[in-house]
Design a protein around this ligand. Structure first.
Ligand code: SAH
Ligand code: TMP
Ligand code: ZN
Length: 412
């Protein structure tokens, strides 16, 4: 079934300016729709990206309704990686030492998922609230002692939280803001809920890293926006919010942590102007750069499919590692199915025993990876490469080889 179109059309979801499309991945399923038996009317939409000629925001051309993606069965678990558990423990620690030192401080997290960050805040006895629409993961957070409200954050919810709990010293969101097309409602909500000297901090994949590494699989239904410093600064300004700091992060293949405060309220860190200048220098959202990105993506598809066909012809056994949401874009764009990759292993219980969206490759538990080891493994969870390669040293030990596809197809 084709998606009941809810097009953002050619107008920017942030400023209303004209959006020009620069790459089309074609028909794609919902990236986290893992089914035991894929339904006959499996949902598809056209995954294409464009950039706004006024505010430069990079965004999807079509919008998937939020409750098709985020619901009780949403399978992604933030605590699934040791590196990310450590990362979010440090985020919590830093807030506790810096922004949350006044009397009776209050922190709100949008998209707290299974409580990976807020558990540390809860353990410290600090007032907090996680706002999480996906019921299953919200329950996991609650089981860790995190106070959760099961809803989508938006303006109305922000005013309700304000009435109940008072203003927030910190509003935080990791890998969540880029998932939310209705950014205006979010920023009005932040404006309502944030204490006069509070901060809104969020971290998301950085478009500059995506272009640099040709990591096209960061583009899928849930990643509606691909932020840059310039576009975030422009988006925040009309709501009286100022971008006061930026920090590059190594996680998830390269992210930026943005800190927003009320305009004029805080000193501007030099990093903002520095990264803005770098984006300008790189001509990040100019037509030539975006066309170059598209050509690289096409080349990767060509080389990856050729390699997998050659390995199959030679009778080599190939598996996938990590049934990531990102892998949906790779598999469906490249037309890779169980004929080329017979199974993918993943640690997420809810994904095991299912088939990948659109491409219908069986997902097995991590023990299947060792029983027996394949000859080659396509590393779909490449953002967790260091952690995985360390865990799977035995694979290299028997002569197994990893296949990666960003920034290019390589066998290592
Ligand atoms: N912060 C976690 C989770 C990222 S996944 C991490 O970094 O690992 C994105 C999460 O955002 C999902 O759990 C999803 O349910 C949630 N989400 C989606 N729309 C939201 C909204 N409007 N308000 C709050 N959370 C939202
Ligand atoms: P992510 O790239 O969106 O964080 O998703 C990572 C996926 O990879 C998730 O489904 C869990 C899976 N995974 C493993 O199977 N093994 C691992 O060691 C790690 C870190 C993740
Ligand atoms: Zn715009």
């Amino acid at each position: 079934m084709s998606f009941p179109k809810q097009r953002s059309g050619s107008r920017c979801r942030v400023c209303g300016g004209p959006v020009s499309e620069f790459f089309d991945f074609g028909r794609q399923p919902l990236s986290d729709a893992f089914h035991e038996q894929p339904p006959a009317d499996e949902l598809f939409f056209r995954l294409a990206v464009g950039n706004c000629s006024w505010c430069t925001m990079v965004q999807l051309m079509e919008e998937v309704p939020r409750d098709r993606m985020f619901h009780a069965g949403y399978p992604y678990l933030s605590s699934g990686s040791a590196v990310m558990r450590d990362h979010f423990g440090k985020v919590a620690g830093r807030f506790l030492e810096t922004e949350l030192t006044g009397p009776n401080p209050f922190v709100v997290e949008l998209g707290c998922n299974d409580g990976v960050m807020l558990r540390t805040i809860a353990e410290a006895g600090v007032r907090h609230l996680g706002v999480e629409p996906s019921g299953g993961v919200a329950d996991l957070a609650a089981a860790k002692g995190v106070r959760v409200r099961k809803s989508f954050f938006e303006e109305q919810v922000a005013t309700e939280i304000l009435a109940q709990d008072g203003p927030a010293d910190v509003i935080y969101a990791a890998n969540t803001l880029c998932h939310i097309p209705y950014l205006g409602s979010i920023l009005r909500g932040v404006d309502a809920l944030l204490a006069p000297d509070g901060v809104f901090v969020f971290e998301d994949p950085y478009f500059s890293d995506i272009v640099e590494r040709a990591s096209f699989d960061q583009i899928y239904d849930e990643h509606f926006y691909l932020f840059t410093v310039r576009s975030v600064q422009a988006a925040a300004r009309p709501y009286g919010l100022e971008l006061v700091d930026v920090e590059r992060l190594p996680v998830h293949g390269g992210e930026v942590r943005y800190t927003l405060a009320r305009a004029g309220g805080r000193r501007l860190a030099p990093a903002v102007a520095e990264l803005l200048a770098e984006e300008h220098e790189r001509r990040l959202t100019e037509a030539e750069t975006l066309a170059g990105f598209g050509s690289r993506v096409e080349g990767i598809r060509e080389r990856l499919v050729t390699l997998l066909r050659e390995l199959k012809a030679k009778g080599k056994r190939v598996a996938g590692y990590g049934a990531t949401a990102k892998s949906a874009t790779v598999l469906n764009y490249c037309g890779i199915g169980p004929d080329l990759i017979p199974y993918i292993t993943d640690t997420t219980k809810a994904k095991q025993g299912t088939k990948t969206p659109g491409s219908h490759i069986p997902v097995l538990g991590p023990e299947a990876f060792r029983d027996p080891y394949p000859d080659y493994a396509v590393l779909f969870a490449w953002n967790h490469a260091a952690e995985i390669m360390e865990k799977e040293v035995g694979f290299a030990g028997v002569g197994g080889e990893w296949i990666t596809y960003v920034p290019d197809v390589r066998v290592v």
